[in-house]
Design a protein around this ligand. Structure first.
Ligand code: IPE
Ligand code: IPE
Ligand code: MG
Length: 251
């Protein structure tokens, strides 16, 4: 594999971490063991992404739809999440990483929110990678929320409909402080978006691997990034136009 070009890294990498349950079930283990092992992969990817100079890493950790899972699994996931965040904050400080959360936080248990607030506060002035966890997140719900707030602002006379642009809509989303993802990785062989960042993924390069999340390795991450670096992003233009511009491709 050719070495990675540090100048062609995705600015924003998003990941749908999938396959924890199947990883465990294939080994006759409880699904939660898969989630625990998945948390180890999270540590590795966070560390590697930060070392590789990726500025924004966004991880889909729990979807709006995941609330429909058995209560026991949901509870175990929340406990794991809380543990992960409180244990990892020291490492985030050492690696200059800033925490960020997107999703409907009002649906999360109070103790999870509390832990999260502490971690966000503690890492707030870090200047390295921004690690965004998507928790109780759904793309449609986010867009719906944005529409409600936009409509309220129009009704209150703060905004006219003529001012509604794509940039304005961006500013009403949970991701208003993040650039759109350049690259999306989904593990476990599923080839779908599952309600993740629907608006923001408009021009994102997509990558799917059969590997379940707990088995995802540094090598696989590098292989995925090498694939990203080999692509030409055209944003609706022709290949010739991109070449003339000296390659607008990737980052
Ligand atoms: C991803 O693994 C973690 C979450 C969605 C919380 P899954 O739990 O979806 O694993 P599979 O898809 O059942 O294997
Ligand atoms: C997507 O995985 C959500 C997260 C990774 C948190 P799911 O396992 O919930 O997705 P579906 O249900 O297979 O589409
Ligand atoms: Mg799944």
């Amino acid at each position: 594999m050719a070495p990675l070009d540090p100048h062609k890294m995705p600015v924003h990498l998003a990941v749908i971490m999938d396959g924890n349950g199947r990883w465990a079930q294939q080994r006759m283990l409880k699904r939660i063991v898969g989630h625990q092992r998945g948390a180890e992969t999270v540590k590795m990817v966070v560390e590697q992404a930060s070392l590789l100079g990726i500025k924004y890493l966004t991880l889909f950790a729990f979807s709006t739809e995941n609330w429909s899972r058995p209560a026991l699994e949901v509870r175990a996931l929340m406990t794991l999440l809380k543990k992960y965040i409180s244990h990892e904050t020291a490492r985030m400080m050492r690696n200059n990483i800033r925490y960020n959360i997107i999703g409907n936080r009002s649906e999360l248990p109070a103790d999870v929110n509390e832990t999260m607030d502490k971690a966000i506060h503690k890492t707030a002035s870090n200047t390295g990678m921004v690690l965004t966890l998507a928790l109780s997140y759904g793309g449609r719900q986010e867009l719906c929320q944005a529409a409600v707030r936009l409509a309220e602002d129009v009704a209150a006379g703060k905004l006219s409909t003529a001012e509604i642009t794509t940039e304005l809509i961006d500013s009403y989303l949970d991701t208003s402080n993040l650039p759109d993802p350049d690259f999306l990785i989904r593990t476990s062989g599923e080839k779908r978006i599952s309600n993740f960042l629907l608006w923001q993924l408009a021009y994102t390069e997509l990558y799917f691997t059969e590997t379940n999340w707990p088995d995802f390795t540094i090598n696989e991450l590098q292989k995925a990034l090498a694939d990203f670096q080999s692509r030409e992003r055209r944003f609706g233009m022709t290949g010739d136009q991109i070449t003339q511009r000296g390659g607008l491709s990737n980052a």
